[in-house]
Design a protein around this ligand. Structure first.
Ligand code: PLP
Length: 444
């Protein structure tokens, strides 16, 4: 039996994801306990977790006994039953609850094991929608450079970032088409908002014409994008994009895997924009990471022509995970965590804006409790700070008891939605110190 105080090293039997061998050789922290917004490692060292488990699912914080109880009760009553030909109560109840809270006209739901699965299922639904209407050639999906939609077969076709993940499994199923992202700070067209006339949205029309309108089933997009560091589009972007897609009968899949369930200070990211998607993907904050769960929602018009959805996954509509999610949504509602994300997000952002005097802080941005600092070595040219310096700041923060992460050219912060001012003040002090130290080391 491995003792509790052991770090993971090269002798371990466990495979980690996206972790360099050189890091493993130096020893990897084992997180053994969590409570509220804090976690502890194998040596008992305490950290403020500014990224909710790093992949950011833990919206309600750690150590919630009510969620463990919900899982226990459901496991004892009825742990599992197939999603084919049978239903279960928690999945039905969760679908009903989601209909009440999701934006737009999304009324129908199915549950998966996580975000990648949800994206996969959404793309299959979109494809089958067209096939069942006799439109059998629509095999292409538009995504955006810089997008992240998970690691499964169809989702990875839409992966516009962490390119090594794509390259590792190519060749892939054909049909991926990429548009540019609305990343105004470093516009891919080197235009300036608002004079650009939202060229990134308009350009999608040109891409569709080139690829063949009757060959494209859907476009997938995150409301706010992780790869550029919690980046939101200009307000005109989604309405313009939706109008173009509608013109060609192309469905809009909105990927709320990160934004959903309060992260951006509204229940869903899409509530910041006046657009009704055809399909919605969700995960992470849906169960706050207490049980693996993803969800796909779609409008009546997507599903009503289908004789049957040609899909089956053993753990779809999983009763235990759905029971946990129902309790988790209750906590989010009862503790007004969406409002807390809005208020604490504003407070955090204000504090981060106070760091713009640093020569390396290019842009501070964020919405709700999803914020980022975009670092640069030159505020005029906006040259990206070398990754080694970003990694070094993440390591400095960890040393000081704060877990954060680098995302593209940024340090990104997405703490549990229960965070308070005192914790944010501590985080801001540590971030400030790390920037000062790193700039000192760089001679900036
Ligand atoms: N979609 C988006 C927008 C995501 O951010 C992620 C993961 O970060 C995924 C899909 C994939 O989710 P999962 O890692 O749960 O498979």
């Amino acid at each position: 039996m491995i003792e509790k105080t052991k770090k993971l090293d090269a002798s371990s039997n466990l495979i980690l994801h996206l972790t360099a061998t050189s890091d493993i050789e130096q020893g990897i922290s084992v997180i053994t306990r969590g409570e509220g917004v804090y976690v502890w490692d194998q040596d008992g060292k305490k950290y403020l977790d500014l990224d909710s488990g790093v992949t950011r699912p833990v919206h309600v914080g750690y150590g919630r006994k009510e969620l463990a109880q919900a899982a226990y009760d459901q496991m004892v009553a009825m742990v599992y039953y197939t999603p084919k030909g049978y239903a279960n109560l928690p999945a039905m109840q969760l679908a009903e609850r989601l209909e009440e809270i999701v934006p737009g006209d999304i009324r129908n739901f199915t549950f998966d094991c996580g975000g990648s699965d949800a994206v996969e299922t959404a793309m299959k639904l979109a494809r089958q929608y067209h096939v069942d209407r006799g439109d059998k050639m629509r095999y292409k999906v538009i995504s955006r450079r810089g997008a992240y939609h998970g690691v499964n077969g169809l989702g990875i076709r839409a992966l516009g970032t962490v390119i090594n993940m794509r390259h590792a499994v190519e060749p892939m199923a054909p049909g991926s088409v990429f548009a540019e992202s609305p990343y105004c700070y470093r516009c891919p067209y080197t235009l300036n908002y608002p004079d650009c006339d939202i060229h990134c949205a308009r350009d999608v029309g040109r891409i569709i014409e080139f690829e063949g309108p009757d060959m494209i089933s859907a476009m997938i997009a995150e409301p706010f994008q992780q790869n550029f560091g919690a980046y939101g589009p200009p307000p005109e972007y989604f309405p313009m994009l939706h109008k173009i897609l509608d013109q060609y009968g192309i469905l809009l899949i909105i990927d709320e895997v990160i934004c959903g369930f309060g992260r951006t200070g509204k229940m869903f990211g899409m509530e910041h924009f006046d657009v009704k998607p055809d399909l919605l993907t969700m995960a992470k904050g849906l169960s706050s990471g207490y049980s693996p769960l993803g969800a796909v929602g779609c409008t009546d018009s997507v599903i009503e022509k289908m004789e049957m959805f040609a899909h089956l996954r053993t753990y779809a509509n999983h009763p235990t995970s759905c029971a946990v999610a129902i309790k988790n949504l209750e906590i989010i509602q009862d503790e007004k965590l969406v409002a807390n994300a809005a208020a604490m997000g504003e407070y955090f952002l204000e504090g981060l804006r106070g760091l713009t005097h640093h020569p390396s802080v290019g842009e501070v941005r964020g919405t709700g409790l999803w914020t980022a600092i975009d670092f640069t070595t030159n505020k005029h040219t906006r040259a990206i700070m070398p990754i080694a310096n970003l990694v070094s700041m993440v390591n400095r923060a960890k040393e000081k008891g704060v877990i954060t992460k680098l995302m593209g050219p940024t340090l990104e912060f997405a703490p549990p939605l229960i965070i308070n001012r005192e914790d944010i003040d501590f985080a801001l002090r540590v971030i400030d110190e790390c920037i000062t130290e790193e700039e000192g080391a760089m001679g900036l």
